[in-house]
Write a protein that binds this ligand. Structure first.
Ligand SMILES: *Cc1c(COP(=O)(O)O)cnc(C)c1O
Length: 234
């Protein structure tokens, strides 16, 4: 008998496996066009608001790098998925509240959204307490948008230094979310330039609409959600 679950049509229509292959092929083509075919770009499959069954399809296809933007949502989905794929690398790509820092350090392998001294201090405490070692990226507010999280460009060098000297944290890279109403390329170029100047080798930028451009401008990680899993659940 046919299930009447609402998600079913979505689950059958979408092939994360094919979409991941296509995304990888487009990155390859974009890099070839740019003359940097050897550049490594990892696809962070953004699985927020996607059902576990769809995420499982990407896991079955061998994909291991995923992104979630809410700690609580990730806590409900990932422990069981991870138990079947222990080598998963889970990125936190959404804002981190201090009362979720302990859970974030326990669950995530990469935290891309270090965006203020208070969160740096609490992450440092949790990393010591849990003897965990997540890679840390600083979120940069390249558009200097008042409502958006992230360190403004002129403060990034000082903040990365503060993370190291005050809190003993190693920052490995930078991430940004450009303003929705502007062409993303100048923001990607700025982020890459800052990362180079600070000798940081992880650069997380680009989403479904613009990951090819991000790759061409030096992304090491692109965060692709709907392009892999289709529309998100409400
Ligand atoms: C949701 C999200 C993405 C993925 O967006 P898509 O347009 O679905 O690819 C990437 N980065 C961040 C920070 C997000 O919150």
């Amino acid at each position: 008998m046919k299930s009447t679950m609402v998600q079913d049509s979505h689950l059958h229509d979408i092939s994360p496996s094919i979409n991941l292959q296509q995304c990888a092929a487009e990155i390859k083509a974009a890099l070839a066009e740019r003359g940097t075919p050897q550049q490594a770009v990892e696809i962070v499959a953004v699985s927020k608001k996607q059902p576990a069954a769809l995420i499982q399809k990407a896991l079955d296809a061998g994909h291991r790098c995923f992104g979630e933007n809410r700690v609580q949502e990730a806590q409900t989905k990932w422990p069981s998925l991870k138990s079947r794929a222990p080598d998963v690398v889970l990125h936190l790509i959404g804002p981190l509240q201090s009362n979720k820092a302990a859970a974030a350090v326990a669950l995530f392998d990469v935290i891309e959204t270090v965006d203020r001294p208070k969160i740096a201090r609490i992450l440092a405490e949790e990393i010591r307490r849990q003897a965990r070692n997540p890679a840390l990226l600083v979120q940069v507010n390249t558009g200097e948008e008042p409502q958006k999280a992230g360190i403004i460009p002129s403060d990034v060098e000082g903040f990365v230094h503060e993370c190291r000297t005050q809190y003993g944290l190693t920052i490995e890279g930078l991430m940004c979310i450009p303003p929705v109403s502007e062409p993303p390329a100048p923001h990607f170029a700025l982020l890459k330039k800052m990362a180079d100047r600070l000798n940081l080798n992880k650069v997380s930028m680009g989403m479904s609409a613009d990951y090819q451009i991000a790759a061409q401008l030096g992304a090491t990680h692109v965060r692709v959600g709907t392009g892999i899993f289709g529309p998100r659940q409400a």
